[in-house]
Design a protein around this ligand. Sequence first.
Ligand code: SF4
Length: 221
Amino acid sequence: MAKPKPDVITCSECTQYNCHRHDKIYPNVCATTDLAADERAEIAALYAGDSLDGLINRVAAEVEGTYYCKINRIEETIAFARRIGAKLLGIATCVGLAAETKILVDILRTAGFSTRTAICKVGSIDKSEVGLAEELKIRPGFEASCNPVLQARVLNRHKTDLNIVMGLCVGHDSLFYRHSQAPVTTLVVKDRVLGHNPVAGLYTAKSYNRRLLDPDAMAKL
Ligand code: SF4
């Protein structure tokens, strides 16, 4: 099967990755060599400075460097939250992960945090009321729409320091990210078919999930 051609060359077409360790050469088209010196300096100053952006970036790197391949993502989330000074953690959970969220809450409380949770069905607005056709419901009758804007507002009202996404749907997560006032980190990405492990689709895109590289199959989505 012919590989689809890119319309623009960006980092996904790179074979050098010289930006990583300066051990190769930069390609002709490169987001690093295209960068104006003043923008590079401005971003470096942002990360080095006292803003929340700088703190988050440095702490993320500190957690990576301290615990590289030693702790799991739950533990990394705790290490990160503690180092940015977060005390009150918000959790935006899918109803389908309510049981896992209860376990997460126990873990976070054990680590000394307070938590506030907002479930995706909060507000209990029927899908019909937001314009969804009855046949697109999973089951007929009342079925609450996911409500990521209200999830964010609920956590905003609690003044959480950091919000954790637990398996929100594709797109509903986009809305939550847009409306959350606190920084957001994702613990679980929803994939109902791949056990919330979507990278498995990439690992198997040339074998069991080869439809992912089939233009006809992709055109139907
Ligand atoms: S920034 Fe340049 S070197 Fe780095 S991955 Fe992109 S194209 Fe390659």
